[in-house]
Design a protein around this ligand. Structure first.
Ligand code: NI
Length: 137
């Protein structure tokens, strides 16, 4: 019997979406307010969804304390109150869109969680705009 466990965490971070190969005009057209050269912040919500069998000894798929600690140490401590473009190495050459942030978080956490468990990251950039990685199907 497979079941999913969710842990939601929150971080604030600043970013700028920009493609240096493009003109300033095209950057403004494509990225709008997110191209602001002075950066701007978002209140991100990140949900880690871990799916697997219930361990008969503990009754857990994963201990939510362990999952929370992993998210705090390897995601929040790295992303919270940071300028993603300037301070997080993964975004030195990668646009910090919600899509790319979700993939980066998945890659960070995937290494830390038992390979027999599946991991899905859902990242909310706003209440209404959110992404999921890996995609459904
Ligand atoms: Ni933005």
């Amino acid at each position: 019997m497979r079941i999913s466990v969710f842990r939601k965490e929150h971080f604030n971070a600043a970013h700028r979406l920009h493609n240096s190969a493009w003109s300033d005009e095209r950057n403004r057209q494509v990225f709008g307010k997110c191209n602001n050269p002075f950066y701007h912040g978002h209140n991100y919500e990140v949900v880690a969804e871990v799916t697997g069998e219930i361990d008969p000894e503990t009754g857990f798929v994963i201990d939510t304390k362990e999952l929370s600690d992993l998210m705090k140490e390897f995601v929040l401590d790295v992303f919270d109150h940071r300028n993603l473009n300037e301070e997080v190495k993964e975004f030195q050459f990668l646009n910090p869109t919600a899509e790319n942030i979700a993939v980066v978080i998945w890659n960070i956490l995937r290494d830390k969680i038992d390979t027999k468990l599946d991991l899905v990251i859902t990242l909310y950039e706003t209440e209404r705009n959110f992404v999921r990685y890996p995609a459904n199907g």
